[in-house]
Design a protein around this ligand. Sequence first.
Ligand code: UDP
Ligand code: MG
Length: 334
Amino acid sequence: MTRPRYSIVAPIYNEEGNIQVLYDRICEVMDSSGGEWELVTVNDGSRDRSLELLEELAAKDSRIKVLNFARNFGHQIAVTAGLDYTSGDAVVIIDADLQDPPELILEMIERWKAGYEVVYAVREERHGESWFKLLTAKVFYRLIYRITDVNIPMDTGDFRLMDRKVVDALQSMREHNRFIRGLTSWIGFKQTGISYVRQARFSGETKYPLRKMVRFAMDAITGFSYFPLQIMIYVSFVLGVLAVLAIPVISVLRVVLGSGFLGGQVTTIVLLLMLSAFQLFFLFIMGQYIARIYDEVRDRPLYVIASEKGFKPQLEDEPNTIPPTPEPEPEARG
Ligand code: UDP
Ligand code: MG
């Protein structure tokens, strides 16, 4: 293999206190990686000096690239844009606040060279985060794990290395509400995790207030699960059973407790239960159509091919065995 080329993507939103250290540490790590590298930074509408600092670095070091958003579009969109502009054989996504230690990239590269196409980092411990963040994150990852259709590994963020093939597949998925770690899992390929201790932010504070966290969680759930649409069928079933049972149960209770029990409300109760069950049932049916519409408009690729053989001549490893078709004799005119 010729010298591998690595791209590192870092989304930046008001990270002025972290940029220089991030640069220094990435230089140190990547210079020892034995490959060529570039750092693609995406300034996601920062209101501090982040852009200025990034541009200064880019002026001094041609390996640093700066994409500057017109406003804040959000973390997942910033990462997506960064990926669009990478050219490396392997691409690493990293947070700019140094909660993801750049030193881990070398270990990721080792795994990549061993044949894995996605190497994600699993947070074994998290330092310097509020109990609220820790609790919500824990609940979130477990919920996502249980209700989504794809196997999204627990306690992993976007800190990961991806082979070019995976990045290409990811780029073909242009859905707007993006949950990148879910999309990467959806794509497939050979994936593995390495665990690490997540450090506290080097400088500044989290850019994920509760509002953004809730939105993020909703994107994850709606992007990968139809469970919320399916709940209705269970509720509908329970109400239906109650409606059917209500008639004999109330009749028996009337015999035992006297005919005045519940008075004239019985018909109302039974009708209400039945109607609610019907309505929920048809809402569920509608949900099924909406889910399918959603599948269609999101327009994910139907499948992702990891490799193919036997379709076209593969010059290096497999000479074409079909004899060349002879040139057709030129037809005599006339
Ligand atoms: N970020 C971004 N746009 C946003 C919010 C965050 O580009 O709207 C970047 C941020 O600069 C950082 C990364 O995304 O590099 C992760 O954000 P943060 O550290 O605030 O999230 P946390 O680690 O607290 O979950
Ligand atoms: Mg952070």
